[in-house]
Design a protein around this ligand. Structure first.
Ligand SMILES: C[S@@+](CC[C@H](N)C(=O)[O-])C[C@H]1O[C@@H](n2cnc3c(N)ncnc32)[C@H](O)[C@@H]1O
Length: 279
């Protein structure tokens, strides 16, 4: 069973010393890293606004390989990561009749399984990247899920202003806040409560640190758990750290937020975590 070491939780990946030690241990990764840093530097120069920048990153990555663009090294891993998300959510309350909002749905790595499971018209996927949504439509066609009439919509922000009040039983964001500066997360938490049904919940993953919060290439952001739970609280939501997610072979951590007292928040609280493997 994977376990995130105390050391990996304290590491600051933005520090030069960490990068140098990593390069010595992984010389084959130096050239790809430098290429990525140069590409990202150019994209940041062209798009100082984070969402525009990350949309450009996704356009570039999707053009090469949509499955790699959402973080999977191979088709087998793409299938496995989708299955992991689906199985976990089904074990933690997802029901066929639920209405689900999948924030940052990507190319439907997990989305096609949710669409297949839910009643027609009950899946709503949004993403900042039109390119990945085009890839999402291909996934939908590939699995023959047209009759499930899911919504797939590009978005510029996370105000969720085009969505109805009290509508969604489940809101989900897998590997989205791990790529988001705090303002984006704040915006989402400020507005998600409005679209949640009374007993609804919002599950999201994040890259956890127990040391200094930091980011790498403005692509990967590391937060302390309490930063995010306090932010949720400021927006009138209670949070639960989903400790059993940490037993799975996935490098991120998971938090569930809901209205105070919601049944979905019930559960034991423990800590522990795996090594980062993929997003
Ligand atoms: C690592 S991928 C994960 C995709 C999908 N959730 C999955 O697990 O396969 C992150 C996705 O989030 C999208 N994204 C990043 N920031 C976003 C934001 N602020 N709002 C909506 N989507 C966002 C990206 O375009 C990308 O498709």
């Amino acid at each position: 069973m994977p376990e995130k070491s105390r050391k990996s939780l304290k590491v600051n990946r933005s520090k030069l010393a960490h990068k140098a030690a990593y390069a010595v241990r992984n010389p084959a990764r130096i050239a790809p890293y430098l290429r990525r840093a140069a590409r990202d530097g150019w994209l940041r120069f062209r798009s100082p606004d984070h969402v525009a920048y990350y949309r450009a990153v996704m356009a570039s990555d999707t053009a090469s390989n949509p499955e790699a663009a959402v973080g999977s090294r191979s088709h087998e891993r793409w299938l496995a990561l989708g299955q992991m998300q689906f199985d976990y959510l089904q074990r933690h309350g997802l029901q066929k009749q639920h209405r689900m909002l999948d924030i940052g749905c990507g190319n439907l790595r997990a989305g096609w399984r949710f669409i297949d499971f839910l009643e027609p018209g009950h899946y709503y996927g949004i993403d900042i990247s039109p390119d990945i949504l085009v890839a999402a439509k291909k996934t939908l066609v590939g699995y023959g899920l047209q009759e499930k009439v899911p919504y797939l919509t590009p978005t510029q922000d996370l105000t969720l202003d085009f969505l109805p009040t009290g509508h969604f039983d489940v809101v989900h964001a897998h590997s989205v806040f791990s790529h988001s500066p705090i303002e984006v997360i704040d915006e989402c938490l400020a507005h998600v409560g409005r679209v949640l049904a009374p007993d609804g919940f919002f599950d999201f993953t994040f890259d956890r640190t127990e040391g200094a919060e930091h980011q790498v290439l403005r692509e990967d952001f590391y937060y302390r758990t309490e930063t995010l739970t306090n932010l949720a609280l400021r927006h009138g939501l209670e949070a639960r750290f989903m400790d059993d997610w940490e037993q799975l072979p996935h490098g991120q951590s998971k938090i569930r937020v809901a209205r105070p007292g919601a049944r979905a928040l019930e559960g034991p609280e423990r800590r522990g975590a795996p090594e980062k493997v993929e997003r």
